[in-house]
Design a protein around this ligand. Structure first.
Ligand code: AMP
Length: 171
């Protein structure tokens, strides 16, 4: 874990003053570490019959796709408004810096699906909570939420009551 932590770069005051941005690009650049992180992310869920991984734009697409490949299932993108071409469900949420909307194709998941939600980082948990609402709007079973990084001081887990939350690197 310490090796992975060395590949997370702190960028102070990005994208706004007062935000300590966790830059994952050094981790993405290191092939062995990236594979290791992706394996650790899905390890608790290998026996959970996950049928789809859902990931949030944009960094959730990277780890979510790797997770889906590891689990041998498909990937469902949760996107910013106006990006998905078909009919969508939409949820609004608050970020550590601002607010935003997230969309999901209405037919992306069915009640038969068992879903793992993946993102690079959980801060306040607002993004993940909105994603959980989107996924359950389709009737899918949300098995767990998995993050590479958890900023524990922002208590994101409290925004996901009753959810299984897995995080690799805690700060
Ligand atoms: P939150 O909704 O507050 O849990 O914020 C999580 C989302 O915002 C994730 O998609 C992260 O990529 C991004 N994010 C929030 N805070 C940071 C941070 N300090 N460093 C990097 N990304 C962040």
């Amino acid at each position: 874990m310490e090796q992975l932590k060395h590949l997370i770069r702190d960028i102070p005051d990005f994208p706004k003053p007062g935000i300590l941005f966790k830059d994952i690009t050094p981790l993405l650049r290191d092939g062995a570490a990236l594979r290791h992180a992706a394996e650790l992310l899905v390890a608790p869920f290998l026996q959970e019959a996950i049928s789809a991984v859902a990931g949030m734009e944009a960094r959730g697409f990277i780890f979510g796709s790797l997770a889906a490949a590891s689990l041998g299932c498909g990937f469902v993108p949760l996107r910013k408004p106006g990006k998905l071409p078909y009919a969508t469900h939409r949820e609004t949420y608050d970020l550590e810096y601002g607010s935003a909307d997230l969309e999901l194709h209405v037919d992306a998941l069915t009640p038969a699906d068992r879903v793992l939600l993946v993102d690079d980082l959980i801060a306040t948990g607002g993004t993940a909570a909105a994603a959980c609402r989107l996924l359950t709007a389709c009737g899918a079973t949300l098995v767990a939420c998995a993050f590479v990084i958890e900023l524990q001081g922002l208590a994101g887990r409290a925004a996901l009551p009753g959810r299984t939350v897995h995080a690799l690197l805690r700060y």
